[in-house]
Design a protein around this ligand. Structure first.
Ligand SMILES: Nc1ccc(F)c(C(=O)c2c[nH]c3ncc(Cl)cc23)c1F
Ligand SMILES: [Fe+3]
Length: 292
């Protein structure tokens, strides 16, 4: 008989309501909210909505990666090394902060609003102090899997139905953007060791053998039972959601805002490096962005 590959089930569903963040920004916090901590290797997932007067002015990062995926509108970013750019709908910025980045992330003034997702992925000890790196992909450069008519899967990281992303993930990560028409069923392979979840953006989807209902702005966390697929169905409405999964690092996490290290001594050292412009924060000394 055909091997019935067991499918991940949903452990819980948590609604994210909008909260204030940054300057005049509104975010729905998925991972990182009180009910959704400890989803190693993930530290935070925000669905952000920023009007043209808001944004995330000059701030640092060390020890992890920020993955910004635009859904609507345009975002400008500029860092202390003069790296700047604009990302628009469907575009991706995978920023490995490593030993240190100071940047600002602001909507393009002419836009009505900027809407997207920012995911924070922890880095393993050996990469926390790596050279910062950007991997930036335009919408049209991100491959799509279309396992059937009416099911489109943008492969932001990892692999889906034989389509592979070219993003280099220091922490093994799968990041897939699903658009499903109604009355479709699809299975997605997930490595047995990965921690994962679905964040619903629009519509309704039914997950797993028990058809657990996923509604907009809800996070649905996967069971960690070693099953290697997740089954996703739509019924009488389309659905738009992301599937995010990754290899847990199983390292101690000491986080102070935008600094994520393994020990409090490393955090204390990070504050000194940032304050005095050392060990990767040399350019932080009296840098101010031109876009904030
Ligand atoms: N420390 C700290 C404290 C507060 C912050 F808001 C931030 C921060 O920048 C962001 C939080 N969510 C976000 N979504 C989208 C974008 Cl573009 C940026 C952020 C940050 F880093
Ligand atoms: Fe940032």
């Amino acid at each position: 008989s055909a091997l019935t590959r067991s499918s991940r089930s949903i452990v819980k569903s948590v609604l994210s309501r909008e909260q204030a963040e940054g300057v005049g920004a509104r975010v729905r916090r998925s991972i990182g909210r009180p009910e959704l901590r400890n989803h190693d290797p993930f530290l935070m997932l925000d669905e952000f909505n920023v009007d043209k007067n808001g944004g995330f002015p000059d701030h640092p990062h060390r020890g992890f990666e920020t993955v910004t995926y635009m859904l609507e509108g345009q975002f400008q970013h500029e860092d202390f090394a003069g790296h700047k750019g604009t990302i628009g709908p469907g575009d991706l910025q995978w920023m490995t902060a490593g030993r240190g980045i100071v940047h600002s992330e602001m909507p393009v003034k002419s836009q009505t609003r900027a809407h997207g997702l920012q995911l924070w992925i922890n880095l393993p000890k050996e990469h926390k102090m790596c050279e910062p790196q950007y991997q930036e992909l335009l919408d049209k450069e991100i491959p799509r899997a279309t396992p059937q008519e009416g099911v489109s899967i943008k492969v932001i990281a990892g692999e889906s139905h034989g389509i592979k992303s070219k993003v280099y993930t220091r922490t093994p990560t799968m990041y897939l953007d699903f658009k499903m028409d109604k009355n479709k069923t699809v299975e997605q392979s997930i490595p047995a060791s990965y921690t994962g979840f679905i964040y619903m953006l629009k519509g309704t989807a039914y997950i797993g053998d028990k058809e657990f209902e996923g509604k907009a702005h809800h996070t649905l966390t996967f069971s960690e039972d070693g099953a290697e697929t997740i089954k996703i169905q739509t019924k009488d409405e389309d659905a738009h959601f992301v599937v995010i999964a990754g290899e847990p690092l199983k390292e101690p996490i000491v986080q102070h805002g935008p600094f994520v290290m393994n020990t409090k001594e490393e955090i204390q050292k990070t504050f000194l490096d940032y304050q005095f412009g050392m060990n990767g924060f040399e350019r932080a000394r009296d840098w101010h962005s031109t876009i904030a």
